[in-house]
Design a protein around this ligand. Structure first.
Ligand code: ZN
Length: 132
């Protein structure tokens, strides 16, 4: 893949992480705990079908849960109760705190899959105009 290809992937993921539209980087993805259907700036439809971003969202949600299971499985909670419970609480707090960011990355990953495997029935708006 070309350097610009990798750069556009990194840009889309960074925009998702910042809870912005992966296409133009301007529009908001979320209003509180729900995400908008489309971008208010460029008109990109974030998820044409409900559940399009489901697989990516599940992946993002499973990562912190996997860490918590590992902490319990390897006996950190049993052998060092205070440290173990503290680590569990920290991971749980981080998981909740970063939820919109992980959802944003999920939307960005879904967007990238549409850029690289285009579907004529699911058009992506023209590239945002770059400033003069
Ligand atoms: Zn946009």
């Amino acid at each position: 893949m070309t350097t610009s290809g990798w750069k556009s992937i990194a840009t889309a993921l960074r925009r998702g992480l910042r809870k912005r539209c992966p296409h133009c980087g301007e529009g908001q993805l979320f209003s509180g705990w729900s995400f908008f259907e489309s971008c208010s700036v460029c008109g990109l439809v974030f998820a044409r079908n409900p559940g399009d971003t489901w697989a990516f969202t599940i992946l993002g949600d499973r990562l912190p849960i996997g860490v918590m299971i590992a902490l319990i499985y390897f006996g950190v909670v049993r052998s060092h109760p205070v440290l173990g419970v503290t680590m569990l609480l920290v991971v749980a707090a981080l998981a909740i705190w970063t939820t919109p960011n992980r959802w944003g990355v999920g939307i960005a990953l879904h967007y990238l899959s549409r850029v690289y495997w285009p579907d004529p029935a699911d058009p992506i708006p023209p590239p945002p105009a770059t400033g003069p």
